[in-house]
Design a protein around this ligand. Structure first.
Ligand SMILES: Nc1ncnc2c1ncn2[C@@H]1O[C@H](COP(=O)(O)OP(=O)(O)OP(=O)(O)O)[C@@H](O)[C@H]1O
Length: 292
């Protein structure tokens, strides 16, 4: 559905997108993840023709896509249904067609009962669903969504993704950027973007299998978030509730356990448990962004 080759775009001295090649095939849900400023929005804007790349070519097959920008401007003083009518008429759809489709897509996004509510009076999650609904009014075959769940509460994020899965089940291909790794797990493929480049582009399963390191969980009475900082071989450490999660280079397990145990002892703490665990997309992300 999308074939982009050698895409580059600079803003003055800033090289926002550098030599990106990307293929999105029909039926996929492709996630675009990366730190702030990685170039995700710029790439999406190029794909939907809002920006002209300095180099490279883009083909979006059929051009039948719906786009939901990062800062979607709904009309707060229009009702839900009026927003849909407005967007539908921008695309030249007749009132009759808009009415038919609105009923269908409002039901799909669970907004039917709110159709007479002013957009300003919707919750954050509902506003995002309305934005999605507006992007669906042209019955696109491809959806391009820029951080649609950013800042939305976890329950609404779950619901939003359920809707995306339903749409994908009905044949829609989806390209979605997200800062949330649990959402990246739900994609058929994930492109990691950093400083304008793709540092990886594969299925979550493959990315985790090919994780170039080891992940450990450690239980200790220490609650010092920095206790493992500057330990040789440890690329990243985070404290989640009552346990640490460490990313290391490949190492000799027994020697590593002994090293951690004596290191904690020296700092005045005990070791409750240490075990190797499978890597998650969060770990992949940390590794690919150089532990930043
Ligand atoms: N119109 C513009 N003029 C100048 N610089 C820009 C413009 N748009 C983006 N940039 C710069 O290009 C780089 C990439 O920005 P972009 O918004 O594409 O990143 P992003 O990955 O989408 O990040 P975020 O999630 O924070 O929006 C950043 O350094 C940004 O400041």
């Amino acid at each position: 559905m999308i074939r982009a080759e050698g895409i580059s775009k600079s803003f003055g001295q800033i090289e926002a997108v550098k030599q990106i090649d990307m293929i999105v095939s029909e039926g996929e849900i492709v996630g675009l993840v990366g730190p702030d400023g990685a170039g995700k929005t710029t790439l999406m804007r190029i794909l939907v023709d809002l920006l002209v790349p300095d180099e490279g070519s883009v083909r979006v097959f059929g051009r039948e896509y719906g786009y939901m920008p990062q800062r979607f401007s709904l009309y707060g003083d229009l009702k839900v249904i009026e927003n849909l009518i407005f967007f539908g008429s921008l695309y030249g759809l007749s009132k009759k067609i808009i009415a038919q489709r609105s009923e269908e897509i409002l039901a799909l996004t669970n907004l039917a009962q709110f159709k007479d509510r002013f957009a300003d009076n919707l919750s954050g999650g509902m506003k995002q669903k309305l934005a999605l609904t507006c992007a669906l009014v042209t019955r696109p075959r491809l959806l391009i969504l820029d951080e649609p769940t950013y800042g939305v509460d976890p329950e609404s994020r779950k619901e939003f993704w359920k809707i995306l899965y339903d749409l994908n089940g009905q044949g829609l291909t989806i390209l979605v950027s997200t800062p949330y790794m649990d959402e990246a797990e739900l994609c058929t493929k994930v492109a990691f973007m950093d400083k304008g480049r793709f540092t990886a582009f594969d299925s979550p399963k493959k990315l985790k299998e090919e994780f170039p390191g080891e992940v450990w969980e450690i239980g200790s009475d220490s609650r010092d978030p920095g206790v493992f900082d500057h330990v040789p071989g440890i690329k990243d450490s985070s404290l989640f509730g009552d346990r640490y999660r460490l990313i290391t280079e490949s190492c000799d397990g027994q020697a590593f356990e002994q090293m951690i145990s004596s290191m904690l002892k020296e700092a005045g703490y005990g070791l409750e448990f240490i075990r190797q665990v499978p890597s998650s997309m969060e770990d992949v992300f940390v590794m690919l962004s150089g532990g930043e």
